[in-house]
Design a protein around this ligand. Structure first.
Ligand code: PXL
Length: 276
């Protein structure tokens, strides 16, 4: 039996149910050996908490890579999320180059923006560097805001298929053939995900819940990667990840005052069941 090993590169937000505290349990639940490279350590995430601490781990990256190369450590997939600095993006590209096993799939969640704005830590220099990393990926998993920053298309909350096609053309123009575009809503009360694979457009529509949660992009991307590495097609992985994310948001809506993230943990059995 092939036992896949994945590397995920994103931050540790010690509190806040996002990035590595989401990716590691979800990928492990998918039955995949998950190695981590923390991009930074923050006391909390940056969306809603104030006064958080940040330690950028960019300077640790060359030594970690040199050690892994000496040990001959290679990965069957590499999945990146929230990164620590613009300079770090260059190092991440070196992990793509030097620690990929044959057939390694590289998945980039540009994790830098939402609701029309960049996250506080990032600027246009970071966006420019992220465009380069996206060009080296096999799959991109942006939301609409991130797609706008990456393509220079204006951000809209109401749009049609032609607008989404412009985003897809811009994103694939960066050099990545496959895009999973999240949060695409064509009808009231509905939202969904576009799966654009080698020029073919498909759409999985699902219910749009009235509540929304921080960190659902990380839950979605982690579940997508887990399902993909488990051998699902991109469309099936996108569908399984969407159903799981909706279930997490629904469960979180039953909790009181759980504002900083989505309670994905009690819903993990549903994800495991969908994979089997
Ligand atoms: O969920 C994306 C994310 C990850 N990590 C940190 C964040 C955010 C979003 O704000 O602040 C530190």
């Amino acid at each position: 039996m092939k036992y896949p090993k994945i590397l995920t590169i994103q931050d540790i937000s010690c509190v806040g149910q996002c990035s590595l505290t989401v990716a590691l349990p979800i990928l492990s639940a998918c039955g995949i050996e998950t190695c981590i490279l923390p991009s930074a350590v923050l006391s909390t995430h940056t969306a809603g908490f104030t006064g958080f601490t940040v330690r950028d781990l960019t300077p640790d990256m060359p030594g970690i890579k040199a050690h892994w190369m000496k040990e001959g450590i290679l990965f069957d997939a590499i999945y990146t999320g929230y990164l620590g600095s613009t300079e770090q993006i260059g190092y991440v590209a070196e992990f793509f180059r030097d620690t990929a096993a044959p057939g390694c799939r590289k998945i980039v969640d540009p994790a830098m923006a939402d609701n029309g704005s960049l996250y506080p830590a990032f600027d246009m220099e970071y966006v420019e560097a992220m465009k380069g990393l996206c060009g080296k990926a096999d799959f991109l998993v942006p939301n609409i805001t991130e797609a706008c920053f990456l393509t220079g298309v204006e951000y809209r909350t109401e749009y049609d298929r032609a607008y989404i096609d412009r985003l897809l053309a811009g994103l694939t123009g960066l050099g990545c053939k496959n895009v999973i575009l999240t949060g695409v809503s064509y009808a009231p009360g509905k939202t969904g995900v576009v799966v654009f694979e080698n020029g073919c457009y498909a759409y999985y529509e699902h219910e749009k819940l009235p509540n929304s949660c921080h960190g659902t992009g990380d839950i979605y991307a982690s579940a997508f990667v887990g399902a993909l590495v488990r051998g699902k097609t991109a469309f099936d992985a996108a569908r399984i990840a969407a159903d799981y994310t909706v279930a997490c948001i629904r469960f979180t809506g039953t909790l009181e005052n759980h504002w900083y993230g989505a309670a994905f943990e009690p819903v993990l059995p549903e994800l495991i069941q969908a994979l089997n």
